[in-house]
Design a protein around this ligand. Structure first.
Ligand SMILES: [Zn+2]
Length: 286
């Protein structure tokens, strides 16, 4: 997602098709990465549910929200438990949130996309490994922000600040390891991407856009660079407009309803980074 160019040294090695490592890298690793994504996604669900609730994120067993029954190991397997239990608590039949399997599957798919982008373009080696881990953490933070903003209409500082810092680190990482990497468009893209959101926040006195959206845009700009930021900016408003029209058509919203904006920005971010959407592809006339 973040590293389209090859590293300075062209990756450590790329397997020939006759090597047994080739099959492992092409077939088994993606399955492993998918499984890893399911497990991380299941952890992200815990973060989304427990963040700012006073509950510990790392300790305490998972429980049913309604009857407080501790969940046993076979009720904690990502996606499969949800399907096996048919979306209901075994004890009290309370419905289990659809958020769980959706977040797990989303994380797994995003991880496989990142794996494909990073390893298959830069070869296997520590450069790819660190790039993959960095991208996977950035993506995980975005997934938490998306779901949290959707539920609570607020972007938690505990997630967005690490995102901004890691985004800055990614610029230095690219300066060090990618030859000819021009970092200036990336450094200025943060403030440039954040400024329209800042002014919307300022002039609407926080009613049209929260300050969390400003912080999120700052971090995203650092990751995207100038042109991808502009594409993401436009696409997020398009997605927002389409979603708004849908909600109004379904009478779930009026023009005055506050709709969290971060989910649209994050969707646009994933679309732009996955398919390399550019401004000229958004406006084919250009
Ligand atoms: Zn229950």
């Amino acid at each position: 997602m973040l590293f389209n160019k090859k590293p300075a040294f062209g990756g450590f090695f790329v397997f020939s098709k006759t090597s047994p490592w080739y099959n492992i890298s092409m077939i088994f690793l993606p399955i492993f990465i998918f499984g890893l994504g399911l497990i991380i996604g299941s952890f992200l669900n815990v973060v989304i549910l427990r963040l700012n609730t006073g509950w510990s994120i790392v300790s305490g067993r998972s429980k049913c929200d309604r009857c407080n029954k501790n969940l046993s190991w076979y009720e904690l397997i990502p996606v499969f438990s949800f399907l096996g239990l048919r979306g209901k608590c075994k004890e009290c039949k309370a419905p289990i949130s659809f958020q769980n399997p959706v977040i797990e599957l989303t994380t797994a798919i995003v991880f496989v996309v990142l794996y494909t982008k990073v390893f298959l373009s830069s070869g296997f080696g520590w450069f790819s490994l660190v790039s993959f881990l960095g991208s996977a953490i950035l993506a995980s933070l975005l997934i938490v922000i998306l779901a949290y903003d959707f539920r609570h209409k607020i972007i938690p500082d505990k997630i967005v600040y690490p995102f901004i810092i890691l985004a800055l680190v990614s610029i230095f990482w690219k300066i060090i390891f990618i030859t000819g990497f021009s970092f200036v468009p990336f450094l200025i893209a943060g403030p440039v991407f954040a400024s329209p959101f800042f002014f919307i926040w300022l002039f609407s006195k926080g009613s049209a856009m929260g300050f969390g959206d400003v912080k999120l845009a700052l971090g995203m700009g650092f990751v995207l660079g100038l042109s991808a930021s502009l594409a993401t900016f436009l696409l997020s408003f398009w997605i927002g407009a389409i979603a708004g029209l849908f909600l109004i058509a379904l009478s779930r919203a009026s023009l005055k309803t506050q709709v969290p904006f971060a989910p649209f920005m994050i969707l646009a971010f994933f679309i732009v980074t996955t398919w390399g959407v550019t401004i000229s592809s958004l406006f084919p006339i250009w």
